[in-house]
Design a protein around this ligand. Structure first.
Ligand code: UDP
Ligand code: MG
Length: 326
């Protein structure tokens, strides 16, 4: 260890891992994490958040006895979704730095030492940027890229392109994040909103080591709506503008029709253009109302003040090497 970094020796690292039916990867994951942890100087706690798994994920997590890190398994009362699971892990993590990583090994744990080094050099956030994405279809890549372009266009705190949740955050960043009270959680946006001095490292994203993705396009669309509505009210302004434009065009068209009657006398044709205008305006109105509904619905959810997740219990298995106070 380099002398200047001696003060980091007893600083605890938390690795937060959301888990939802990942029995297929857990043995590999624990193995690879152990190998990585062996090379780290600091004590490590692994904070697994079991997001309502229905397979034997939890049993597998607690099965191995002789790990190099303390293993904590926080069990949520049901499946709350990844964003809630990660929120639970971040709130319960005790580390001076917290690393967030997926269970499916798409984010290689072997990069953790590099992330820790950047943190020790002074970064508050070490962001992992994907250079490539193995095992993801061109459709997913295309929709992801379009979505980021859109959201960064309308949001006030842009989200770095090609980054996921894989990152390291310092204690003060985590504390700031834990203070954000919203129930509709779009974490990537919240991370960006918190800010803090950030270092970005590039890596090649692997494909899932085993098991199946828990995402589908329905969930992605939901998350996208969350991302757009929770970080910007600009869509409302777009609806307003669209309404103004439609009203202006409609007004001018009406004026033209009246003039025509005055100059050329009454004529019946015009049915087609009337239907066209009516349907167009109805569409614009429905769009505006729907958009408003999205925001009102979110206001409704927020006012209920329900917790983001319910922690059912916490299980733990010891570490033979790293001893640190509770
Ligand atoms: N996950 C979770 N709750 C869910 C769905 C997923 O905690 O409801 C976890 C999952 O176990 C994994 C991470 O979130 O650790 C990413 O999930 P997945 O690999 O299925 O998503 P993708 O990488 O395909 O976007
Ligand atoms: Mg994955």
């Amino acid at each position: 260890m380099k002398a200047g970094y001696a003060r980091f020796k007893n600083q605890l690292l938390s690795i937060v891992i959301p888990v939802h039916n990942e029995a297929a990867v857990i043995p590999i994951l624990l193995d690879r994490l152990d190998t990585v942890i062996a090379t780290l100087e600091s004590p490590v706690e692994l904070v697994f958040v079991d997001d309502g798994s229905t397979d034997n994920s939890v049993a597998l997590l607690l099965a191995g006895q002789d790990h190099l890190a303390r293993i904590r398994v926080l069990r949520l009362s049901r499946n709350f979704g990844k964003e809630a699971a990660v929120s639970a892990g971040l709130r319960e993590a005790r580390g001076d730095a917290v690393i967030l990583i997926d269970a499916d090994l798409q984010d290689p744990p072997e990069l953790i030492p590099r992330m820790v080094t950047e943190w020790q050099k002074g970064a508050d956030v070490v962001l992992m940027k994907r250079r490539s994405r193995a095992g993801e279809s061109w459709l997913k890549r295309l929709t992801a890229s379009l979505f980021y372009r859109l959201i960064n266009h309308i949001s006030d705190s842009p989200i770095p392109v090609d980054t996921g949740d894989f990152r390291l955050m310092s204690r003060r960043t985590i504390d700031a994040l834990n203070k954000l009270p919203e129930r509709n959680r779009y974490l990537k946006g919240m991370f960006a909103w918190v800010g803090m001095p950030t270092v970005t490292l590039e890596f090649d994203r692997d494909s899932r080591a085993a098991g199946n993705t828990k995402w589908n396009y329905f969930k992605l669309v939901q998350l996208a709506m969350e991302g757009i509505t929770s970080f910007s009210t600009k869509p409302l302004r777009v609806a307003l503008l669209l309404g103004l434009m439609a009203a202006g065009a409609g007004g001018m068209f009406g004026l033209w029709e009246v003039l025509k009657v005055l100059i050329f006398g009454v004529s019946t044709p015009g049915y087609a253009s009337m239907i066209a205008v009516i349907t167009f305006l109805a569409g614009v109105q429905l769009l505006g109302i729907g958009l408003l509904g999205e925001y009102v619905g979110r206001i409704y959810m927020e006012t209920k003040q329900r917790p983001i997740f319910i922690l059912a219990d916490e299980l733990e298995t010891g570490s033979s090497r790293n001893q640190f106070p509770k």
